[in-house]
Design a protein around this ligand. Structure first.
Ligand code: IPM
Ligand code: MG
Length: 359
């Protein structure tokens, strides 16, 4: 963290991104006031919002702003308007470009049940009441980035490449084992080693890294089985370590254990500036209606405090504020139940902010 002023690059993006991020920025502002820090926010375009204005999903100015920042806060990306465009003219390319350019190889997605929210899940309370999973998703390799990739000229075939180097597997595995040390000391490495060579290689390298962590238990699981086990018995998981695309799919599934995709924050870490974003997408169908759940975005601010500012105490204070508001029965539409008190995006943000400021 810089001595004088702290720079935060804010990338609201598309759909509900700007609404939920406004609440996150508000919390970070409060944090600055609480700790007498000079936090400066720089707003930049990304995704569909950038395509609209500049014809590219990741303008150079946005990338430069992120590189200079101490941390990046991102809202959400994607809009159906761009669905039929080629890859380089799609909003998603903005996020993928950022991950690649900033070297954000590790994506941490914690799926934790808040007490008082067990009724929001479609699963029975007894199965999910103690769920506390950390998904460690590799973020800059695998199918998303492997070459060769493309569609041939005569449009008769298409291909992507799932590629991992030893270096890439080692560093993400270390991240998972380190995280497990601070938790329940178990890593489940998820692959498809019964079919894919890249998974057999992944498994071998993960086992080698595991030898450096004798205090952490390692198990391997096929991705199809993991998808099933997540709904059958989610308590068994502590840290799930997996490659890029498996992690994308499994983290959406894990999010639903907590009741809503609107609950899951994430941190994307690498060697430089880190990026924090809610796991959910842009949800264009509910954009601009003040009904989106800002908790994932606000909880991403807690992750920012923890990882970029090394301020565990304030991160916990913010997480407690979220828990308390939920316990008091306040819910956005996505997590509402009969007994709850339904409120909007801004009201939810304000309630959490009030408790956080008082805490
Ligand atoms: C996510 C999203 C992204 C991904 C998309 C928007 C490119 O689904 O962060 O999980 O696939 O990684
Ligand atoms: Mg996803």
């Amino acid at each position: 963290m810089h001595e004088s002023s702290i720079k935060i690059a804010v990338l609201p993006g598309d759909g509900i991104g700007p609404e939920v991020l406004a609440q996150a920025v508000n919390l970070l502002q409060l944090y600055g006031e609480k700790k007498s820090l000079d936090i400066q926010f720089g707003f930049y375009n990304v995704g569909g919002a950038a395509l609209e204005k500049f014809g590219v999903p990741l303008p150079a100015d946005t990338l430069a702003g992120c590189r200079q920042a101490d941390a990046v806060l991102l809202g959400a990306i994607g809009h159906p308007r761009w669905d039929t465009m080629p890859s380089d003219k799609r909003p998603e390319r903005g996020l993928l470009g950022l991950r690649e350019e900033l070297g954000l190889y590790a994506n941490l997605r914690p799926a934790k049940i808040y007490t008082g929210l067990v009724d929001a899940s479609s699963l029975k309370a007894e199965f999910i009441s103690k769920v506390d999973i950390l998904i460690v998703r590799e973020l800059t390799g695998g199918l998303y980035f492997g070459h060769p990739r493309g569609i041939n000229e005569s449009q008769t075939k298409a291909y992507n490449t799932m590629l991992y180097t030893r270096f890439e597997v080692e560093r993400i595995a270390r991240m998972a084992f380190e995280a497990a040390r601070g938790r329940r000391k178990k890593v489940t490495s998820v692959d498809k080693a019964n079919v894919l060579e890249v998974s057999q290689f992944w498994r071998k390298v993960v086992m080698e890294v595991a030898a450096e962590y004798p205090d952490v238990m390692l198990e391997h699981m096929y991705v199809d089985n993991c998808a099933m086990q997540l709904v059958r018995n989610p308590h068994q998981f502590d840290v799930i370590l997996t490659e890029n695309m498996f992690g994308d799919i499994l983290s959406d599934e894990a999010a639903m254990l907590t009741g809503s995709l609107g609950m899951l924050p994430s941190a994307s870490l690498g060697n430089g500036t880190a990026l924090y974003e809610p796991v959910h997408g842009s949800a264009p169908d509910i954009a601009g209606q003040n009904i989106a759940n800002p908790i994932a975005a606000i909880a991403s601010v807690a992750m920012l405090m923890r990882f970029s500012f090394s301020d565990d105490a304030e991160a916990e204070c913010l997480e407690e504020a979220i828990a308390k508001v939920l316990e008091e029965g306040y819910r956005t539409k996505d997590i509402a139940s009969e007994k709850s008190n339904m409120i909007g995006t801004k009201e939810m943000g304000d309630k959490i902010a009030d408790l956080y400021a008082a805490g």
